[in-house]
Design a protein around this ligand. Structure first.
Ligand code: FES
Length: 178
């Protein structure tokens, strides 16, 4: 039966998704080989999972600290999605970083309770001080500490009832530690 313009080629065979055994992957020119290998390893481990895109993105960020733009073509091919779809998922979720984080990561809660208890001012303060203290500042949406708002997560450690003075002390301690 002749094919029509609407025929879908179907999912790629596994050997089309990743390099053959013994063959080196051909990453995009701007993706460092070590990063391409890390992305390929995550893809190989997770591409068979249901809804593999999110687990792969989490794995890449865990491995590299961010999801490099140049990894998107590899990921898109592995999950049989367009690059635009993968990019859309990366930009939709605040969790995914497109650039590497600094030495420290401060996540400031922007959910309702923290916002009403001064969280927005803390975020502005943190953003003003972040670079000086080697700290990437990001929003996060509820840490489960609503009764102790406002809350932040500093290098994965929760901090509750954060005042401007407490935030300044926390960030100063980072500078002293580095
Ligand atoms: S609203 Fe900030 S911890 Fe819940």
């Amino acid at each position: 039966m002749p094919s029509t313009a609407y025929d879908h080629p179907g999912p790629l065979a596994p050997d089309e998704l990743l390099p053959q055994a013994g063959a080196r992957s051909t990453p995009p020119a701007t993706l460092p080989p070590a990063w391409a290998d890390a992305v390929a390893a995550v893809i190989a481990e997770r591409r068979h999972l249901d809804g593999a895109l999110l687990p792969i993105l989490h794995g890449v960020q865990d491995a590299l600290g961010h999801v490099p733009a140049d990894a998107v073509p590899m990921i898109a091919k592995a999950v049989n999605r367009s690059r635009a779809e993968v990019h859309g998922v990366i930009t939709y979720y605040h969790h995914f970083r497109q650039t590497p984080a600094r030495a420290h990561v401060l996540q400031v809660c922007r959910a309702e309770s923290c916002r009403t208890m001064g969280g927005e001012a803390l975020l502005a303060q943190a953003e003003a001080l972040g670079r000086e203290h080697g700290c990437t500042v990001e929003p996060i949406y509820c840490l489960g500490l609503c009764a102790q708002s406002p809350a932040v997560l500093l290098d994965d450690r929760p901090q509750a009832r954060v005042t401007p003075a407490k935030l300044a002390r926390l960030m100063a301690s980072l500078k002293e530690a580095t």
